[in-house]
Ligand binder design. Structure first.
Ligand code: KG4
Ligand code: ZN
Length: 403
């Protein structure tokens, strides 16, 4: 009880929200309980093993797995939080963007619970969840304007926040998302899906073998990998969109260059199917590790260059990082270095669980939405939408949304 009173004081007037949040937008079934910005439980069931064999998420398999798991995950989330459903004050659910048939499972469960307990329902933007995962809502000492960088398997975007509630997208990938590019490159190397974490691990182990430099040849900025302690250039890959003059990103050129590099190293004709190369093909472990260093560096450096350009256009005090790729230690190091140099404060969730898809971040975004409602009498459309318990059917008419 005493704990609850303390929290009420910290977050200021009117807060006493116990939110049950549900996330089923892709291949994680997750339920969380969030009280006044504090995550009491955040249970995530990952379907990874079910999709691995297909090299990507299969929507129909995701849907069935969400249906099979949602009740168990819900029960566990309530137990861990030591909360009963009749204590909950709001239901929050990811409304989009995501896989429609996967989202539906969470939305149906959320409506069912909200109807049974006569609770208001918040349809939350998944990307707002990734964004607010960076902020500790219990200890608000951040300042605005702020920049946001969201890097996941489905999105790569740069945001400007004028205040906690006003989010504007100012840059995005024109093709693959950064995480998706990592996953595709990993497939080229014959690594298992999802490749991001594996590339990260292999790159970490092999980084000391290479001396990495950024060098410009005519118009193109390259990541060049020299043999450590040597002047021998072993590999080079272009940093995407380095000269585009805008805040957008693209990974198709890097993917093509990486594919050519793999083919050259393995002595395979450019016309052959890339799946014939890699671990199962003619590259050795050392080459695979070093290629991971190269690709990771090129894919992440483009993000830092774009952030640098964004900061020139939109002076900011803070930088928020979110999304699955934020689990990359290399990305965190590069951004921390950039933040120090640029004198912006850098925030990222301390817990890895909050970076990849999870319901805790949806509960945090719902907390922000309710706070905005109290302060301003409205909720920004790109954060969440609020439905009273007799208005749920309207949810079906909203397609997924984007910022
Ligand atoms: O945010 P998330 O869980 O799902 C989406 O909403 O898309 O992000 C998953 C993505 C995958 O593409 C995965 O390969 C990537 O995040 N990822 C990483 C790392 N850990 C996860 N990418 C690079 N380095 C990592 N350590
Ligand atoms: Zn996500």
């Amino acid at each position: 009880m005493a704990k609850g009173i303390l929290q009420l004081k910290r977050v200021g007037g009117g807060m006493n929200k116990l939110i049950l949040a549900i996330e089923t937008s892709c291949d994680e079934t997750s339920v969380a309980v969030v009280r006044d910005g504090e995550i009491l439980s955040n249970v995530v069931f990952s379907q990874l093993d079910l999709h691995k064999a297909y090299g990507g998420v299969v929507p129909s398999i995701a849907r069935v797995a969400h249906e099979n798991k949602i009740n168990e995950v819900l029960k566990e989330a309530l137990e861990v939080a030591n909360v009963a459903l009749n204590q909950v004050t709001h239901i929050a659910v990811t409304q989009g963007p995501g896989l429609a048939i996967a989202l539906e499972v969470g939305i149906r469960k959320a409506k069912e619970l909200a109807a049974e307990y006569k609770l208001p329902l918040l349809g939350v933007n998944h990307m707002a969840g990734h964004l607010y995962s960076a902020l500790d809502l219990k200890n608000a000492d951040w300042e605005f304007p702020a920049l946001g960088l969201l890097v996941s398997g489905g999105h790569t975007e740069i945001l400007v926040l004028e205040d906690l509630y006003s989010i504007r997208k100012v840059g995005q990938t024109l093709d693959d998302a950064c995480g998706e590019a990592f996953d595709k490159f990993a497939t080229m190397l014959g690594l298992e899906y999802p490749g991001g974490p594996q590339i990260s691990k292999l790159a970490g182990q092999s980084r000391s073998q290479l001396d990495i430099r950024l060098e410009r040849d005519q118009q193109t900025l390259f990541v060049k990998g020299y043999a450590a302690g040597d002047e021998d250039l072993k590999y080079q890959l272009p940093i995407p969109m380095a000269n585009s003059g805008d805040l957008n990103m693209s990974y198709s050129g890097l993917k093509t260059a990486a594919k050519q590099l793999i083919n050259e190293l393995s002595g395979v004709s450019h016309k052959l199917d890339i799946k014939q190369t890699g671990r199962a093909g003619k590259l050795n472990e050392e080459q695979i590790g070093e290629l991971c260093v190269m690709f990771e560096e090129a894919a992440l450096r483009t993000l830092v260059l774009k952030l640098e350009a964004a900061l020139k256009q939109f002076p900011a005090q803070e930088l928020l990082l979110g999304g699955g790729v934020a689990a990359s230690p290399r990305l965190r190091d590069l951004i921390a270095e950039f933040a120090t140099k640029s004198q912006v404060r850098f925030y990222v969730a301390p817990d890895r669980v909050l970076l990849t898809d999870n319901a805790g971040m949806i509960g945090l975004a719902a907390t922000v939405a309710l706070r905005q409602l109290e302060e301003q009498g409205k909720i920004s459309e790109n954060i969440a939408r609020l439905y009273n318990f007799n208005e749920f059917e309207e949810m079906d008419r909203i397609p997924g949304w984007d910022l």
